[in-house]
Design a protein around this ligand. Structure first.
Ligand SMILES: C[S@@+](CC[C@H](N)C(=O)[O-])C[C@H]1O[C@@H](n2cnc3c(N)ncnc32)[C@H](O)[C@@H]1O
Length: 266
């Protein structure tokens, strides 16, 4: 495909996590390099589509949980391309006064997102920023226009913190977001853990992904629990993606290498 004008300056020969994930979810916002890497992953792990879908489904359940707890505003960090089951549809479906700010570092994801939310731009905004620079995210005019920091805010970090290595101080970054929001706010994290079996094939795929798209940092359960420092983890704590408030008991299938949790600021 020719380089679209809106993707000027983007190296489309290099896969991006946002678009690889979009492809795994069955979306159409991806390019040949993204599909090639996704297919390479699927050849090694045919279950990768189910992993992506399960993560996306958790995001929806977590947002509904926060809505039930009275949270009306959301900052979705590393939002990707808000297609299937996106945060603003769930939130605005529950209450017309909801506010959502999508944040992503990927220019293509941000461009698609702006297009997708253009009809609700009075309540939903998109910021192109690196979540590791919380002051830039929180101080962005779009965030400032939409989010009232005197009222509870849902901070969503779903399938994104494994792109932040320890050397970038994820706990320090999280502390800035925590300190910016009032009690009653929520933190949602979904994070990759080591696959149960790191076969040579899986290891090779992880290495390919890391070198061509983005480096991955797997964290253990206790390391993920530590990311919630200063928050009160709600039941059932940090658990497998499928175990967190399953929509129906039958929906729990074989586990996937991801852990999730939702917490409240007291
Ligand atoms: C696997 S996707 C997850 C999308 C969405 N959160 C979900 O779970 O459905 C990860 C997203 O995080 C974004 N991302 C990675 N590192 C980031 C950073 N430092 N700041 C902002 N976004 C980042 C990627 O561009 C990608 O869109």
């Amino acid at each position: 495909m020719d380089q679209p004008t809106w993707a000027e300056g983007v190296d489309l020969s290099r896969p991006s996590p946002a678009r690889v994930y979009d492809y795994l979810l069955g979306g159409r916002h991806n390019f040949a390099s993204d599909r090639a890497l996704a297919e390479q992953m699927l050849a090694v792990e045919p279950d990768a589509r189910r992993w992506a879908a399960a993560n996306r489904s958790f995001l929806g359940r977590a947002v509904e949980h926060l809505l039930d707890a009275g949270v009306r505003q959301f900052i979705d960090l590393g939002a990707g391309i808000p297609t299937v089951g996106n945060v603003h549809d769930i939130a605005l479906g529950a209450t017309s006064d909801a506010r959502v700010v999508y944040v992503d570092v990927d220019k293509v994801a941000v461009t698609h997102s702006r297009h997708l939310v253009s009809d609700v731009s009075d309540r939903v905004g998109v910021v192109q920023a690196d979540l590791r620079r919380p002051e830039a995210v929180l101080g962005d005019p779009v965030t400032q226009r939409l989010i009232d920091f005197r009222r509870p805010v849902g901070i969503l970090m779903v399938a994104v913190l494994h792109f932040v290595p320890d050397s970038d101080d994820p706990r320090g970054v999280l502390a800035v977001y925590r300190d910016a929001v009032p009690p009653g706010s929520g933190l949602v994290i979904s994070h990759m853990t080591h696959p149960a079996e790191m076969t040579e094939d899986v290891e090779r795929t992880v290495k390919t992904y890391s070198s061509s798209a983005a480096p991955l940092t797997f964290r253990s359960k206790s390391e993920i629990e530590e990311l919630f420092t200063g928050w009160w983890l709600t039941d059932p704590g940090v658990v497998g993606v499928l175990q967190w408030h399953p929509s129906s008991p039958g929906s729990v299938g074989p586990d996937i290498p991801g852990l999730v949790g939702v917490a409240t600021k007291l």
